[in-house]
Design a protein around this ligand. Structure first.
Ligand code: PMP
Length: 461
């Protein structure tokens, strides 16, 4: 039998990958023709591929490797936990120390009275839990008709049928029977793309008031909850105007609607505080967590739940749960990750040092002729590509064409920077150094130059 390993030639690994592996969010046929880039190892913020290239990971994997790659402590904790108790469930009136310890830690770490956790294996699963939890909450309180969840167009909440329905991605809704009923989408607070001549703060208020309009249209007695990411991540790192969240909060309170903050990306230091809710002063009833909870070292997600909702949920049997809810190895790894983020002062450093440094450098990209705006909050940032800075115009070519060209040049220059349409986004590991930030921005500038030249050559500018 062939032993498949890092030592195999790249072409052979690519051929096997093409033969047997279906990739997420990928046109398989196109990928199989060109062959996947095979990542073999990683350390700090740097990935190594099967050709020996060293690539700066400006995306922390999928916005998740907050403590950076190659942390021995995490591997040791996982090994120890696997030897002691590799698996047990928490369904059968049983519990275990990793789940107990992580729950206690999360209760202390999270803002306000989010003192309870329901575990899942991912962010998508956690949002599926949230759909059922908010509806069950209202049903238990005698309002079973309060079940519609309001979410946003171009929001992202996961890829299962439930969470994908909460998300407002039209491409996803076009496949496989989504959205499920009783989900309502309102417009997003994306001033750059949709604000026209309106002042950004006025626009923020308008887009928040779309929630109020939807509640009035649907009927307050029909609406269970509103869900939003403090900063839309997969939608293009869209940082809302500062008027947006306070108004959303007011509306949720006024109309007795539960507020769910999806912090799958913004949690665990990404915005320079432990949670995006602290950065934006949001007081949610439920917070979705995943990704940075374990820095991606183990699959784990969950719903952090406030006292009031937990009390109601504890008064009934919630017929819901996953085999891997509170998986002991994932919990132990997450706990170790939180220890590193805390004891090494990683989150604090992002807020005080790394984010201000990156902001200065990132904003310098505004001077590039292809860049219409840059946005940054903590260590998540975006820049909009445009053929015309002043009007914030979109390209005549299909949306995403310029973004894809730019991303390909980034990759060729050993930088992972993702594109969402014609917005370029970054979210590097929180441990990135100033020197690595310099490299990131230098490579981004070079890729922008090359993209600019190619767009001109192809008549797209
Ligand atoms: N919510 C948000 C805000 C996300 O960004 C993501 C993943 N990108 C998810 C939920 C889904 O998480 P997962 O991929 O772990 O299911």
């Amino acid at each position: 039998m062939t032993v498949i390993s890092n030592h195999m030639p790249t072409a052979e690994l690519q051929a096997l990958d093409a033969a047997h592996h279906l990739h997420p969010f990928t046109n398989g046929g196109e990928l199989n023709t060109k062959g996947a880039r095979i990542i073999t190892r990683a350390k700090g913020v740097t990935l190594t591929d099967s050709e020996g290239n060293e690539i700066l990971d400006g995306m922390a994997g999928l916005w998740c490797v907050n403590v950076g790659y190659g942390r021995k402590e995490m591997a040791e904790v996982a090994a120890r936990q696997m030897l002691e108790l590799p698996y047990y469930n928490t369904f059968f009136q049983t519990s275990h120390v990793p789940a107990i310890a992580l729950s206690e830690r999360l209760a202390k770490l999270s803002p306000h009275d989010l003192n309870h956790v329901f575990y899942a294996g991912s962010g998508s699963e956690a949002n599926d839990t949230n759909i059922r939890m908010v509806r069950t909450y209202w049903a238990e309180k005698g309002h079973p008709e309060k079940k519609t969840i309001i979410a946003r167009k171009n929001g992202y909440h996961g890829s299962t049928v439930g969470s994908g329905s909460l998300g407002g991605m039209t491409g996803m809704h076009a496949q496989g029977g989504m959205p499920i009923p009783d989900i309502h989408h309102i417009d997003q607070p994306n001033w750059y793309a949709e604000g026209g001549d309106t002042d950004p703060n006025e626009f923020g208020l308008q887009r928040a008031r779309a929630l109020e309009e939807a509640i009035l249209e649907l009927g307050e007695d029909k609406v269970a909850a509103f869900i939003g990411e403090p900063i839309q991540g997969a939608g293009g790192v869209i940082i809302p105007p500062e008027t947006y969240w306070p108004e959303i909060q007011r509306i949720c309170e006024q109309y007795n609607i539960l507020l769910i903050a999806d912090e799958v990306i913004t949690g665990f230091g990404r915005t320079g505080n432990w949670f995006g809710c602290e950065t934006f002063d949001i007081k949610p009833h439920i917070m979705t967590i995943a990704k940075g909870l374990s820095s991606g070292y183990a699959p784990i997600g969950g719903s952090l739940v406030c006292d009031e909702v937990a009390e109601v949920m504890n008064s009934c049997e919630f017929n819901h749960g996953y085999t891997y809810s509170g998986h002991p190895v994932a919990c132990a790894v997450a706990l170790e990750n939180l220890r590193l983020l805390d004891e090494e002062g990683i989150v604090e450093k992002v807020g005080k040092e790394t984010a201000p440094y990156l902001k200065k450098k990132w904003e310098s990209l505004n001077e590039h002729p292809l860049v219409g705006e840059t946005q940054l909050c903590g260590l998540m940032g975006s820049m909009a590509l445009t053929p015309h800075k002043d009007s914030r115009a979109a390209f005549a070519a299909e949306a995403g064409t310029a973004g894809l060209i730019c991303r390909e040049h980034c990759f060729a220059n050993n930088l992972v920077m993702r594109h969402v349409g014609d917005r370029m986004v970054i979210s590097p590991p929180l441990v990135i150094t100033n020197a690595e930030i310099d490299t990131l921005v230098e490579r981004a500038w070079k890729a922008l130059d090359q993209a600019h030249a190619q767009l001109k050559d192809e008549g797209l500018l």
